[in-house]
Design a protein around this ligand. Structure first.
Ligand SMILES: NC(=O)c1ccc[n+]([C@@H]2O[C@H](COP(=O)([O-])OP(=O)(O)OC[C@H]3O[C@@H](n4cnc5c(N)ncnc54)[C@H](O)[C@@H]3O)[C@@H](O)[C@H]2O)c1
Length: 519
């Protein structure tokens, strides 16, 4: 235990120093302490952990008022935390709150009752504009969600259907998966839990929103109370977990949120699933695992399918392929957070016998991907006549898979994959980034000839003229390539699209999105 405390003491110092150079911004998340300097807190004798706080009001360079994202610390006890500098402005704002017991709402922290907490939140909400962003799930919103769930749960077309919780399906892959899955399995009810971060977009799911077998819930996978509520109310008996922070560049700038969502979020889902299906000393346990004399067949036990990435394996030389046995060697905060989540999934299988499968997939491309990613960026920049940025020498290799082929792989593994197994999914379509940009520009030259946009494209002979090399990404892995033999031979999966067919479909989708006619 001493080691742990020593480590924390060092971290505490570091965090304390960080605070001095911190630029606090509204809407961002910081780690706060209770009763201590920024960065750490202690509960009980041996437990130490960080607590994220959403900043909703910036008072000065070093001070803010924020809402803790993990408000419930232990049964019946809530914390309200804010930190401020005793300057005129912050004192004026806080004085408006003086109807509350200032001792209990200490400057930095306070141990307050649930009803005080709710009062304070209400008061704060009336004083400041709170824009719930990532994790800014206010009690009110949570309550509204619960009411919505209660009001709608019985409206599932068929209550005896299988009820599957999907997470993060307002994102790229999930929003391709949902329509495919709803269509293929008319006896499934799907609940989509998504926080709608910048990466989530409900416009990608308009075709499903009126489907009586589909429900959307806005919320955080890290919000244990909400996840438990959903499991209970919808009687969830399967999980396919897509939700993640997924953009490597963002993970370099802001790794904390990757750890929170990808590691803690996955842990929360696993733990709730395990407790709900296997550990509750009443009907669920019996129903999902059997009694001492009867065991539920493993293929009918509820399954937790974790969607992961080939980036957990690190980088490759020129010839090798990633197999399911390749040791993990993640290089970016994104891949490290995904690798960690894979390990936690594994531990729930090994320790508690939760029925899990993991799929590690290569780079996806296709419709509905966020504008920030490589292929949409190339198309968008080309059409706008802007420089198309390519990292380093452009020779980094990725193995590209059309998104619907990934969805079909997930479907297959979820239904027929062997428990406790990992399956790699990859298209055997290795391309350098330069080859990708080259292929896209060639197709664009044909579909949207340059002379149709004389203003912004003047002087160009090809969209390729816009290619611009920019400084390489830190920790940029050189090559990824998947060996999907296990999935192909054991489960009979095969990609339907090759890169040449998939990229044309993809470009056509983006041309429609950006309102450009095709030839
Ligand atoms: N895109 C790829 O090429 C690729 C390849 C292999 C694996 N993956 C994995 O597939 C999954 C989906 O990837 P994607 O490209 O669709 O990602 P995405 O970034 O497009 O979508 C992520 C979704 O998760 C939601 N989300 C984020 N944090 C959340 C939280 N705390 N609670 C609830 N929802 C939250 C977002 O709102 C968004 O809708 C991820 O787990 C990713 O690691 C992606």
């Amino acid at each position: 235990m001493n080691d742990k405390f020593d480590a924390w003491n060092t971290l505490k110092k570091d965090l304390h120093n960080t605070k001095k150079t911190m630029h606090i911004k509204q809407g961002e998340i910081y780690f706060m302490s209770v009763g201590q300097n920024i960065g750490y807190e202690t509960y009980g004798k041996n437990e130490l952990f960080l607590r994220p706080v959403l900043v909703f009001k910036k008072l000065s360079k070093y001070s803010f008022i924020g809402i803790p994202l993990t408000s419930k610390v232990k049964e019946g006890s809530y914390f309200f935390t804010f930190e401020y500098k005793k300057d005129k402005k912050s004192t004026a704002i806080l004085s408006q709150m003086k109807s509350f017991d200032s001792k209990r709402i200490a400057y930095r922290s306070g141990h307050i009752t649930k009803s005080d907490f709710e009062n304070i939140k209400e008061k704060v909400a009336s004083l400041f504009e709170i824009t719930p962003e990532r994790g800014g799930f206010t009690l009110l919103e949570e309550q509204r969600n619960k009411e919505y769930i209660i009001a709608h749960k019985n409206q599932f077309a068929n209550k005896s259907n299988k009820n599957i919780l999907l997470t993060g399906t307002a994102g790229f892959i999930g929003s391709n998966f949902v329509p495919y899955f709803l269509d293929k399995y008319p006896d499934y009810n799907l609940v989509n839990l998504d926080l709608l971060t910048y990466a989530g977009n409900l416009d990608n799911l308009t075709e499903c929103e009126n489907n009586p077998r589909y429900k959307f819930i806005k919320g955080d996978i890290c919000n244990r109370e909400l996840v438990e509520f959903i499991f209970n109310e919808y009687d969830i008996n399967g999980v396919i977990h897509f939700a993640a922070e997924s953009h490597v560049d963002n993970s370099i700038k802001n790794p904390g949120v990757f750890i929170e969502t990808n590691v803690n979020g996955t842990f929360t889902l696993l733990d709730v699933a395990y407790k709900h299906w296997m550990d509750k000393p009443f009907k669920y346990k019996e129903r999902f695992t059997g009694t001492a004399t009867s065991v539920v067949a493993s293929d009918t036990r509820p399954r937790f399918h974790h969607i992961s990435t080939d980036e957990v394996y690190g980088t490759l030389n020129e010839t090798d392929l990633f197999t399911e046995e390749t040791p993990y060697a993640p290089n970016s905060p994104y891949s490290a957070s995904k690798a960690s989540s894979d390990m936690i999934v594994r531990s729930y299988q090994e320790t508690y016998g939760l029925n899990t499968v993991i799929t590690n997939c290569s780079n996806n491309y296709g419709p509905k991907q966020h504008d920030e990613k490589l292929i949409p960026t190339i198309i968008r920049k080309a059409l706008a006549g802007e420089a198309i940025p390519i990292y380093g020498d452009g020779k980094n290799i990725r193995d590209w898979l059309y998104v619907l082929d990934h969805c079909k792989g997930i479907d297959l593994v979820y239904h027929t994959g062997k428990e406790a197994n990992v399956y790699n999914i990859g298209g055997r379509n290795e391309r350098t980034n330069l080859q990708i940009v080259d292929a896209i520009c060639t197709i664009l030259d044909e579909k949207v000839p340059l002379n149709s946009e004389p203003g912004i494209h003047s002087g160009l002979n090809s969209y390729k003229d816009l290619i611009t090399f920019v400084e390489d990404r830190a920790g940029h892995d050189r090559r990824y390539a998947i060996d999907a033999t296990k999935l192909e031979t054991e489960l009979g999966w095969k990609a339907d699209e090759n890169f040449d067919s998939g990229i044309v479909k993809t470009i056509e989708w983006y041309l429609k999105k950006y309102n450009k006619g095709t030839n």
